[in-house]
Design a protein around this ligand. Sequence first.
Ligand code: OOB
Length: 578
Amino acid sequence: MTAPAPAPVDEGWTRWPAELERRYRDGGYWGDQTLGDLLREWARRFGPATALVSGPDRISYAELDAAVDDLAAGLATIGIGPGDHVVVHLPNRAEFVTVLFALLRRGAIGVLSLPAHRRVEIEHLTRLSGAVGYVIADRHEGFDYRELAREVTEAVPAVRHVLVAGEPGPFTALSALATAGRAARLGGGARTGAAGGVVSVTAAGSATDDAGSGGAGPDLGAERPDPGGIAVLLISGGTTGKPKLIPRTHRDYAYNARASADVCGLTADDVYLVALPAAHNFPLACPGLLGAFGVGATVVMAPSPSPDVAFDLVARERVTVTALVPPLARLWVEAAGWEGPDTTSLRLVQVGGAKLDEGLARRITPTLGAKVQQVFGMAEGLLNYTRLDDPDELVFTTQGRPLAAADEVRVLDGSGAGVVPGEVGELWTRGPYTIRGYYRAAEHNSAVFDGDGYFRTGDLVRQLPTGHLVVEGRVKDVINRGGENVSAGELEEHLLTHPAIGQVAVVGMPDPDVGESVCAVVVLAPGEALRLKQVKSYLQERGLARFMLPDRLEVVGEFPLTAVGKIDKRELRSWLDP
Ligand code: OOB
């Protein structure tokens, strides 16, 4: 294998310094395979096993590998190749996987947007990435993505290709592209290479032997991507400002998925349900569909995470593992109570993305019959998992400990000094799968990465002697009421202990006198009523300081959710009268 070329200054992202690269390679974290190579290897190892179930389709590893080659060759016929950016905007269906891997094999970079994104986000992402392509579904959940594509291509003419899963309308059908790719691959006198693999003829007409993977697959006429280069651009989950692009390399993301699969004890017998949007890091690679493929498991695509859709799939496909955000976990637990679904196959329910309250954590196993795993992760990298053999106490009350021995975490106070162990501070981290900078965001990077490459997560945590982290909130989620700091996360935890409160979100609201006032927004437990006065005296009885008490109580029927299903505080604030 050749060493990657030194990073040119204008790559738009930051690689790890040579010394750490050595450490991560020597430590066995980083290999030399690209994600495209890995699919080839999985097809060789697990060929006839079912890789993917989507609607009525059941696709084996060998079929998936071939479908990806067809589509990759199809991309070549329209000139999408190494270094090109393509915004992938697909719901959970088989094409998400084939498109992702076809781009990877071409050395093109998928920008993984979430199905709930709309014009503002997509225009921003296409511009920021310089995308030449945009991949959509025809329709999903009542929304016609072709309409959106029309607007996006009008506003951002650099987007030359719109590829559609399903009915293409005025655009190009993915299925037609795959057919063209297949013809290009096999037509023009396909012949068998020395290793027994098919030698492909690319759109340009040049036949070449498979170079990179050492597998039996055809070459695509593209240079094999650099395993240390960008594989995909994830979208930041940040709730402030416009989404940022997160460059994940082949080797760091491969490690991310493989090590996560290991922590979850995934094997070829597992059936992983993609309930959250597949473009999100959690169901994609923690261990998600990539981790599941790596062990020869079966991946089932749920078009919606709602209990009515997901429970049927769990029962029919004998799903063993899935990943949920807390609001969904709550919905599943509640629905399981009255629907009585067959979830006997489930062995592990991962919950992450936002703080899982202890009460809900304890209800999961009795209702769904599966072990709980808390996952505190971020698209930028660092993942924390409770381990399968952790005592219940840690599983229910912590957000897990770092995945890798090489993950370095620091808990710092506002001045940048380490806190006394066990005290709350801000989490900074670096490691073999944590980015060193956002893509094309030099200014922001200088604010959130320090000189040693540590990433400032913005999360407030405390670390237990076991290494487990307890998330106490977000730095930005501290409300400054007349100079006194009220931690929204801390207040939420106290409020959740009130029997009348089902769910809660504490937000700061502008206040002419004290700058910000503290507003508790609640979803009540069924049949309950509540007044601010009662809440205040309840909290005072719990021993809470006066300054921590909410100034205002608002009752809502349900919370607005982000694209991945977390409570959306920004949107919630806009619901409330100032
Ligand atoms: C996951 O990734 P993102 O990028 O959508 O969001 C990351 C942020 C974290 O910085 C933290 O503020 C919050 O979401 N978060 C949690 C949490 N997991 C994530 N806060 C409290 N408790 C948790 N368990 O959300 C994500 C990525 C990979 C795996 C799981 C989640």
